[in-house]
Write a protein that binds this ligand. Structure first.
Ligand SMILES: Nc1nc2c(ncn2[C@@H]2O[C@H](COP(=O)(O)OP(=O)(O)O)[C@@H](O)[C@H]2O)c(=O)[nH]1
Ligand SMILES: [Mg+2]
Length: 279
């Protein structure tokens, strides 16, 4: 077991000093499925020491997607995790970075986390657990019991709430969060998400496409910590407009508009048939 108290800088936001620091990161996962963790990073050298050592050792692959960092992000990552895979991406933006990471992943399960210390890798087992329990797609939520945020100004919280409400109304979802960067899914469903965006609208697009594809979606309560060093790359107004455009475009182009699109038919069919046969 890694001794985080000795080997890791103390996170002033509380990640390392929280209860989760007692987690045994070497404890084996009760599954043979392989897990890839994707970490988009643009100038996060100062934050990576709080993040990479907390990724459980049973994770079979960590991919850092570097956004042409001008600090020593890549060197720091390689020093912290000598086996880390480092790739680049073509165009600017977190969405472009994540898509490159997803396409490069080889694990059965893909988990995405941020590099700035706001998402705690110690929560990875909760996401993997939701997938092993039957979900196709496990999305983090800061607004369910057990979750929370220390990294959202009031205007961002309001914007997110408006978008959650829009998606509920237009797509019949019961999501409690939308624009959050901690999600996981079986790699096999990646083609169904048809991801094709570049910016911070990527999480919204993933969530809405998962609904449209009728996937079984589970929400996982998650705590979002404050970014440790540096400032966010997100611009609330500009990126809020991109999220809005994504929701409206998806709604307008939806082949099966309405509630039918949100039914996870692939999962309900088996039980429905079983019940009909028993009746
Ligand atoms: N590779 C890459 N990573 C990015 C880019 N933009 C943001 N990120 C990373 O995406 C994560 C979330 O970005 P952040 O700026 O913290 O946005 P916020 O969490 O929404 O405030 C961080 O790990 C960033 O380093 C980019 O253009 N390229
Ligand atoms: Mg952040």
């Amino acid at each position: 077991m890694r001794n985080l108290k000795l080997n890791q800088p103390t996170n002033t936001n509380g990640i390392a000093s929280s209860v989760t620091s007692k987690i045994d990161f070497d404890r084996p996962m009760p599954t043979n499925h392989t897990v890839s963790v994707i970490v988009p990073a643009k100038n996060e050298a100062a934050n990576l020491p709080y993040v990479l050592p907390r990724i459980p050792t049973w994770v079979h692959e960590v991919i850092l997607v570097d956004g042409n960092s001008t600090d020593n992000t890549v060197e720091v990552a390689r020093k912290l995790l000598p086996n880390i895979r480092v790739i680049g991406h073509e165009r600017k933006g977190k969405g472009n970075a994540l898509i490159a990471g997803f396409n490069a992943a080889t694990g059965d399960i893909i988990v995405m986390i941020d590099a700035d210390g706001s998402t705690d890798p110690a929560e990875i087992p909760a996401y993997v657990g939701a997938l092993l329990a039957g979900a196709h797609y496990a999305k983090g939520t800061r607004f369910m019991q057990g979750g929370g945020t220390a990294d959202m100004e009031i205007h961002r919280m309001f914007g997110n709430w408006c978008f959650v409400t829009m998606v509920k109304t237009l797509f019949g979802s019961s999501f409690t969060d939308l624009c959050y960067g901690y999600n996981a899914f079986w790699r096999a469903i990646l083609p169904q998400l048809r991801l094709d965006c570049d910016g911070f609208e990527v999480e919204t697009l993933m969530n809405v496409r998962a609904l449209e594809a009728g996937l079984r979606i589970a929400e996982v309560p998650s705590f979002e910590y404050e970014r440790i060093h540096g400032t966010s790359n997100l611009h609330a107004f500009r990126d809020g407009l991109r999220v809005l455009r994504t929701i409206v475009t998806e709604w307008a182009n939806q082949p099966l508009r309405g509630k039918n699109a949100a039914v996870p038919a692939s999962n309900l069919a088996g039980f429905a048939q079983h019940r009909a046969a028993e009746a």
